[in-house]
Design a protein around this ligand. Structure first.
Ligand code: ATP
Ligand code: MG
Length: 257
């Protein structure tokens, strides 16, 4: 794996927010074609770490490279799809589903003009997340999980080589999670690399190559995904043997909270 090209590389990255250290020397690498899950308790620095990659958070030390280029000099953002962590209501002017997803395609559309190929990419992205039938609806009329799927379609519309997603499964029901897992599988099969923040591996578990666990702004674990984590989201999760369950509990909490 050492020789494989790194599409994201963080080395000893530090960052402060509100005068407090939030990232305290993070090393994180995503190789081409890899799916890396970023895990950790609330406030451990997951969103800050990925926002530092896309330049939304200033760093105070260390180095960040994207596709082998120092982030400050990286220009080719059309190669990167980003799905932000969903906060509360969207607010502002209500847009249609198609408008929101099309905004993700603008980086690819020449002179900002949506051509046939661009419109087709938007339709394809909506089909991938199972929202094609809602294309003309206002995003205000969507549920939280549907809104999340539209944000993912927006990132997919640019057909990025690198997908960075902050808790794409949050507020998404299990059926939709399965759709998103299939979507991601398609992207990865086509050669995409993925860095995503998750709280549970859930249906994505078979796709995850590596997990990086943060605690208090530091990397606590970098390696195989912690096994116990997917357990709760599995359809056949065993409620019959409370002792087995209790035995698994310290592993879960030890790593993640
Ligand atoms: N804009 C900000 N100003 C000040 N502090 C911030 C800001 N954004 C985040 N923080 C702090 O930085 C720390 C890390 O936040 P971050 O959002 O990266 O955590 P997270 O791991 O993504 O958590 P969650 O699982 O809740 O999304 C937290 O203590 C948070 O309070
Ligand atoms: Mg976060």
């Amino acid at each position: 794996m050492g020789e494989r090209e790194a599409v994201i590389s963080l080395s000893k990255v530090t960052a402060e927010l509100g005068g407090r250290p939030v990232l305290r020397g993070i090393d994180l690498t995503v190789h081409r074609g890899e799916v890396v899950a970023l895990l950790g308790a609330n406030g451990s620095g997951k969103s800050t770490a990925i926002r530092s990659v896309i330049g939304q958070v200033p760093t105070t030390g260390g180095g960040i490279q994207i596709f082998g280029t120092p982030r400050r000099r990286f220009k080719d953002w059309a190669r990167v799809g980003y799905v932000p962590q969903r906060t509360t209501a969207a607010g502002g002017v209500p847009a249609t589903v198609t408008e929101v997803v099309s905004s993700g395609r603008l980086s690819r559309a020449r002179f900002g003009l949506m051509r046939k190929a661009d419109r087709e990419a938007v339709t394809r992205a909506l089909e991938l997340v199972g929202m094609a039938d809602r294309a003309k609806d206002s995003v205000d009329a969507l549920s939280g999980g549907q809104h999340q799927r539209v944000l993912i379609a927006r990132a997919l519309a640019a057909e990025p080589e690198l997908l960075i997603m902050d808790e794409p499964m949050a507020g998404v029901d299990l059926a939709s999670q399965e759709i998103l897992a299939a979507t991601l599988r398609t992207q990865v099969a086509a050669g995409a690399s993925v860095l995503l923040v998750l709280h549970e591996l859930g249906p994505l578990e078979p796709l995850i190559d590596r997990a990086v666990v943060l605690r208090d702004g530091c990397v606590l674990h970098d390696g195989p995904p912690p096994k116990a984590l997917g357990q709760h989201a599995l359809p056949g999760h065993d409620h019959v043997h409370p002792h087995t369950h209790a035995a698994a509990e310290p592993i879960r909490t030890g790593l993640l909270s």
